[in-house]
Design a protein around this ligand. Structure first.
Ligand code: BES
Ligand code: ZN
Ligand code: ZN
Length: 499
């Protein structure tokens, strides 16, 4: 993936002067008249646009796209339906725009233009620009790394031109959208990368390289150091694999030394077989996506550095593989966590919380102002909110508000679940301080978080469970089949506004 392949340009020119392979124009349902700019274009095309609307050949239903092929400066005028004007928002803009870009790409259109004012609705053009650039770059993503045949048939859009009446060059909005979509797409790349390649060691080498290029402080602990540091839970999970664990810590200093860092902790299980509690088919499929939280956090810190956001940030990512071996950890084992607590293992498939437990304690030692962990922690997240939204839990109202507000702006839907003390009883162990699952099996997302809470001190903390939203089965709008890059846009929005 290299989303630099699609570049964006801003051009101030009347629509009738545009010369391109295609021009996208957005319309609302029931919109009968054309504005002055469109009237001129329509005249240039002998009234064909107005006739499509008048004759109801184009109704502007949400997602509808009608191509009018011409032999003028614009070869293909695409009328894009935005649905009802009162319901129009950035979510619709993003989805319609991404679908239109995909359709043009699939039709081998290498460049096209967008009539900006027709898509911005009642919002500021600059805000719409950000969403347009993001949705095109996310929608056009394709993972082709492991294809060897017909590579030349894989086409991408080379240039998109934003046609505007304003004198603005929108450079800061385009820059932000570029950095964020690069982070989303790189996250997708790595989460899509098969587990025989994306091992903890391989990822550590990649991260070293990223840190050098982005001027991030990078510390990597190997399996021996992890054992010596007494990270007993994290170490136990990785023990059954020949691909040894790594703890990767990245630091970015964008604010003064006096400002405490924000800590992101990401679950980095490069493959989750379930361990001795082996996952049965088909649940074992796709468990390469169990590193989604860690991979997202790494690309978020890289993007923050690129954009020079005025925050201090630390990213803690424990990477390991949950496998079966004579040396694997087992049910009934009692592990001693990095914070000294003992944990009875009831299920080796609840490994994410063990890996995170030690990473969260490590995060607390860095005395951050807040800790946010991102993890593909439970399959139960599917039952909770389906694939529509990501559940999260927080110990601090202000932190929760930050996540909520970033969710609205970034269009990444999240929903808060409660961390009530009633849930604590179900992870009490007969032999150790706590056990790693509740044997009743209900309230999976909350139980996961309730377990993790034992490893965080009074620092404000939030846990985001991307068990479901890390992956998409659909190829629709900004989503493509495969890894989604979940939480990258959300965290970037939150960090951009951090106070
Ligand atoms: N990595 C899984 C969670 C998961 C499942 C992510 C499906 C994405 C898709 C996690 O380690 C796990 O196996 N969780 C168990 C917990 C259970 C044993 C308490 C689960 O959700 O079934
Ligand atoms: Zn598991
Ligand atoms: Zn897992």
């Amino acid at each position: 993936m290299d989303n630099k392949v699609t570049s964006f340009k801003v051009l101030k020119t009347p629509l009738e002067n545009v010369k391109d392979n295609a021009l996208l124009i957005g319309f609302f349902e029931g919109q009968t008249g054309l504005n002055a700019d469109l009237k001129k274009l329509d005249k240039e095309f002998n009234g064909i646009i107005s006739s499509y609307i008048k004759e109801n050949r184009f109704r502007a239903e949400k997602g509808e796209a009608k191509s009018i092929f011409t032999n003028k400066g614009i070869k293909n005028v695409v009328l894009v339906g935005l649905g009802e004007e009162e319901k129009y928002n950035f979510e619709i803009l993003s989805s319609v725009m991404a679908d239109a870009a995909k359709k043009l790409r699939n039709g081998e259109t290498e460049t096209f233009s967008i009539c900006l004012s027709s898509f911005s609705g009642h919002s500021k053009e600059e805000d719409a620009v950000e969403k347009i650039v993001l949705s095109c770059l996310m929608g056009l993503y394709k993972f082709t790394e492991y294809k060897t045949k017909d590579k030349d048939k894989i086409k991408n859009v080379k240039e998109i031109t934003l046609i505007t009446n304003s004198n603005k060059n929108f450079s800061s909005e385009i820059n932000y959208a570029y950095a964020v979509s690069y982070a989303v797409n790189k996250t997708r790349d790595f989460v899509n990368t098969p587990p025989n390649i994306a091992t903890p060691g391989h990822i550590a080498e990649y991260v070293k390289d990223v840190s050098k290029k982005s001027n991030l402080k990078c510390t990597i602990f190997d399996d021996k150091q992890i054992e010596k540091m007494k990270m007993g839970c994290f170490f136990a999970v990785g023990k059954g694999s020949v691909n040894k664990p790594r703890l990767i810590v990245l630091e970015y200093f964008g604010a003064g030394k006096s400002q405490k860092p924000i800590a992101l902790v990401g679950k980095g299980v490069t493959f989750d077989s379930g361990g001795l509690n082996l996952k049965p088919y088909p649940y074992i499929l796709n468990m390469k996506d169990d590193k989604g939280g860690a991979i997202a956090s790494i690309h978020v810190i890289e993007a923050c550095a690129k954009l020079k956001l005025p925050v201090n940030l630390v990213v803690i990512t424990p990477f390991c593989e949950n496998m079966i071996d004579a040396d694997s950890y087992r049910p009934d084992d009692v592990l001693t966590a990095y914070n000294g607590m003992t944990v009875e293992i009831k299920n080796t498939d609840a490994e994410g919380r063990l890996v995170l437990a030690d990473a969260l304690t490590y995060a607390c030692e860095m005395k951050p102002q807040a800790i946010i962990d991102i993890a593909t922690l439970t399959g139960a997240s599917m039952i909770t909110l389906g694939n529509v939204a990501t559940p999260y839990l927080a110990t601090d109202e202000k932190l929760s508000e930050k996540i909520k507000s970033a969710s609205i702006k970034s269009l990444e839907k999240v929903w808060e679940m409660p961390l009530w003390p009633e849930f604590e009883d179900s992870i009490k162990s007969d032999v150790a301080d706590i056990k790693n699952i509740s044997e009743e099996g209900d309230a999976g997302v909350i139980i996961g978080a309730t377990f993790l809470k034992n490893f965080v001190d009074e620092t404000p903390w939030a846990h985001i469970d991307i068990g479901t939203t890390v992956w998409s089965k659909a190829d629709k709008g900004i989503l493509t089949k495969g890894a989604t890059g979940a939480t990258v846009r959300l965290l970037m929005e939150m960090l951009r506004e951090w106070k």
